[in-house]
Design a binder for this molecule. Structure first.
Ligand code: MHF
Ligand code: KIV
Ligand code: MG
Length: 277
């Protein structure tokens, strides 16, 4: 099992960090087999697994339910869990309770929080309490309603400088890594060079210390909207759909199940069953 220190060392050694989301037992198994460095149980599960049109409806209980399955599928991989919408914006006691529940009930290694200046204090006291924290800046989907949609952030220098300042604050607050989503590659490079903790990009160019992609985007599972920054490394929905269509037609034709997929009794037992009332 890697640790927060492993990821700092990877940045120092210029070894890229590969992160992927997972939401259930099989996706976690595949991620672990592929030797990803970090699994993120992302609140994107609300969209790609539950079919909501944003991450806003996702609850702490949803995150725990999915993360427990992920942990069973990838017991030896470092797992980060998203704190969902507004679960870290109430009182300190409420935030601590949510963080504690997610950590204790799932056995995962770290939590991720979206936002800059406004969550610095929260990051600080979670870290002081012993929770490894990942920050998340740029396009923060939980505040997409306020941002005005899923848009690239920091295209103008003033806004870009604000994101750089926020990244430094997040580092100072004690986060061990930072996810940077949907920002120009020049800004992502500057932020990666300006802080010591690893920057994991998504739609942030190739100069970050690592990359993260949503599982369903990268393996092409589902028929959802695919953001521009996604490279689909496999197209799994199509062979899966073909398989299900074949199953339906074989059931309709009566060719499934065949002998190989059926159980049988000895002939005399069958005779006794049919004839010997
Ligand atoms: N399937 C999926 N993949 C993701 O990466 C993802 C989710 N869902 N849900 C949660 C958030 C939302 N994310 C998104 C969703 C859409 C765009 C998007 O469509 N962006 C525009 C860019 C618009 C612009 O140019 O400003 C695009 O065309 O890619 C980006 C990030 C990233 N996360
Ligand atoms: C896109 C990644 C960074 C995320 O936060 C998620 O999957 O929820
Ligand atoms: Mg998320």
């Amino acid at each position: 099992m890697k640790t927060t220190q492993s990821f700092l060392a990877m940045k120092q050694n210029k070894e890229k960090i590969a992160m992927v989301t997972a939401y259930d037992y099989p996706s976690a198994q595949l991620a672990q087999r592929a030797e990803v460095d970090i699994i993120l149980v992302g609140d994107s599960l609300g969209m790609v697994v539950l079919g909501y049109d944003s991450t806003v409806p996702v609850t702490v209980d949803d995150m725990i339910h999915h993360a427990k399955a992920v942990k069973r599928g990838a017991p030896d991989t470092f797992i980060v869990i998203d704190m969902p919408f507004m679960s870290y914006h109430g009182t300190r006691a409420e935030t601590v309770k949510n963080a504690m529940r997610i950590m204790q009930e799932t056995g995962s290694q770290a939590l991720k929080l979206e936002g800059g200046k406004s969550v610095i204090e929260t990051i600080r006291y979670l870290v002081e309490g012993g929770v490894p924290v990942v920050g998340h800046l740029g396009l923060t989907p939980q505040t997409a309603g306020v941002l005005g949609g899923y848009k690239v952030q920091g295209r103008e220098s003033a806004e870009a400088r604000q994101l750089l300042d926020d990244a430094k604050l997040i580092e100072d607050a004690g986060a061990f890594a930072l996810v940077l989503e949907c920002v120009p590659k020049q800004l992502a490079q500057l932020i990666s060079e300006s802080i010591k903790i690893p920057v994991i990009g998504i739609g942030a160019g190739k100069e970050t210390d690592g990359q993260v992609l949503v599982y369903h985007d990268l393996v092409g599972y589902g028929f959802h909207h695919i953001p521009k920054f996604v490279k689909m490394f496999a197209h799994s929905a199509h062979p899966m759909l073909k398989g299900i269509e074949m199953y339906v037609s074989e059931v309709k034709a009566g060719t499934f199940p065949d002998e190989a997929h059926s159980f049988s009794m000895k002939q005399e037992e069958a005779q006794a069953l049919y004839g010997g009332k």
